[in-house]
Design a binder for this molecule. Structure first.
Ligand code: 4AD
Ligand code: MG
Length: 466
């Protein structure tokens, strides 16, 4: 059986025109004409195109079955593959045989009818939403970008490290982690007695990781250029379009590099990804620009063609303080920027991507390199218009005495971080890295500004239904 994607490739070779082919797929739409002909739009998710199948009333099951086909039915078709005489589609299939594989029970109640559905509605039927053209389109783009990133890094001599999802350390120090335990919750008051975790599965209080970074650093300090790409978990009660409790992050770690190096690296890498999307997914971006955001090509080109604006945190604060915009969140040196501040900088002031670096040490994690001013750390965030932060990174603190001081300030126990500290004791090197939120990246590229529509089965507060 052919996939629709392979048919479109075959047609360029012109080998299969007027020959017999078999395909399988699901009905998007159907029309029955009074002249004894039916037109069925079939999809199989392999590419952006549906294919039109033409069935005439000479087919043996025309009256009994084909006339009763509805959206969502699965079919197997044998037919002649032809150029389409009309310009609506490039080619079509004249059916010789149509086998109905699966009917739709109660078609009036089929959740994915051929009409337009809102994203909000589709989230309620996440198990069926990949049947829509938009969600399958996002899924293909996502797949190819992930492959592109792996290839890009491979060509640059990075190694993919599978960092653990279960951990005993809180990398970001936010305390918002999901517990992993086999203890019987109904019988234990374990919050009062930390010793209880000695009896737990790992013999220690354990969690789902918020970042693979600390483990990744161990390999960076032996294999030079490494990355990890996988799910990460945050138990923050953030009900926003940019937050998931489970999201995918690409984390990169480079030995013998400093903050400046990774700032340049991420700008180059993002531009490569955006260029790839325009070259490889032009049709999909065109489709999404018609359906979602008619400025999408401009938004992608904006990132691609312009130099990122690189400013220090202190300068960002001054810009925000001196502008005429009314913000609801406070702007004060030492406070984190909120999304309204980020959006002002990206959408209005610079009208493009912004990289902010050298944040105050108290609002960033313990592992970031302390600058000479002793007030800021060598950190950076990449902000894109509309969605704000998509990358967070830093040079890592490679000096053991300062690292120990920082652990103390954060009220973290040195002994818990013994292996992380060992990296600073045995052949320490300056090294730097960053984490790129994968769903946020795809959100910008597709113009779908709620990342719950980017991940197949979103995990958010009170929602792990599917
Ligand atoms: O800025 P974050 O918290 O950085 C880290 O976790 C570092 N350990 C990364 C590193 O240096 N190796 O997260 C990195 C990125 C953010 O910029 C954002 O794009 C994304 O991860 N992110 C989220 N995406 C979706 N839902 C959430 N709750 C997210 N939290 C962070
Ligand atoms: Mg961050």
């Amino acid at each position: 059986m052919c996939l629709i994607s392979s048919i479109s490739q075959l047609i360029t070779g012109k080998t299969r025109i007027n020959s017999k082919i078999s395909i399988g797929g699901w009905v998007r739409n159907k029309r029955h004409s009074k002249l004894g002909m039916s037109f069925i739009d079939l999809y199989d998710g392999s590419c952006i195109y549906d294919i039109q199948v033409i069935a005439n009333n000479k087919l043996s099951n025309y009256e009994d079955e084909i006339l009763n086909i509805t959206s969502g039915c699965s079919l197997k078709i044998k037919g002649i593959f032809k150029y389409s005489p009309k310009n609506l589609q490039k080619y079509e299939i004249y059916a010789l045989k149509i086998k109905i594989i699966g009917w739709v029970n109660n078609p009036g109640k089929y959740p994915i009818s051929s009409k337009k559905h809102s994203f909000k509605y589709l989230r309620e039927v996440s198990h069926l939403r990949s049947r829509t053209k938009i969600i399958s389109c996002v899924t293909r783009i996502k797949h190819n970008i992930a492959l592109y990133i792996h290839n890009f890094l491979h060509k640059k001599n990075f190694f993919w490290i599978n960092t653990p999802l279960i951990t005993t350390l809180d990398t970001e120090g936010s305390g918002k982690m999901f517990r992993v335990s086999t203890l019987d919750l109904s019988n234990i008051q374990y919050t009062k007695n930390k010793n209880i975790f000695k009896k737990d599965f790992f013999g220690k209080e354990s969690f789902l990781t918020v970042s693979g970074q600390l483990n990744l650093e161990t390999y960076a300090c032996s294999m030079s250029k490494v990355y990890t790409f996988g799910p990460t978990f945050r138990a923050e009660n953030s009900n926003t379009k940019r937050h998931l409790a489970e999201f995918w992050m690409l984390e990169i770690e480079i030995a013998f590099s400093n903050l400046e190096y990774i700032i340049n690296f991420i700008e180059k890498m993002l531009k490569k990804i955006f260029k790839y999307v325009l070259n490889f997914h032009e049709k999909e971006i065109y489709f999404l620009s018609k359906k979602i955001d008619n400025d999408l090509f401009n938004k992608i080109n904006k990132i691609l063609l312009n130099k990122f604006n690189i400013i220090e945190y202190t300068d960002a604060i001054n810009i925000l303080k001196n502008c005429k915009e009314k913000f609801s969140n406070i702007i004060r040196w030492g406070e984190d920027l909120s999304i309204e501040h980020e959006k002002y900088l990206t959408n209005k002031y610079f009208n493009n991507a912004v990289i902010i670096y050298n944040y105050p040490k108290n609002i960033k994690a313990f592992y970031m390199y302390l600058n000479n001013d002793k007030k800021t750390v060598a950190s950076m965030d990449v902000l894109l218009p509309d969605i704000g932060e998509i990358v967070g990174g830093s040079q890592r603190e490679s000096r053991i005495d300062i690292l120990d001081e920082r652990l103390k300030n954060f009220k973290l126990h040195k002994n818990d971080y013994w292996w992380y500290r060992d990296l600073r004791k045995y052949g320490t090197v300056p090294h730097s890295g960053f984490g790129l939120g994968f769903e946020r990246l795809i959100s910008y590229i597709t113009g779908i500004y709620n990342i719950r529509d980017i991940i197949p089965f979103p995990r958010t507060p009170y929602n792990a239904k599917f």
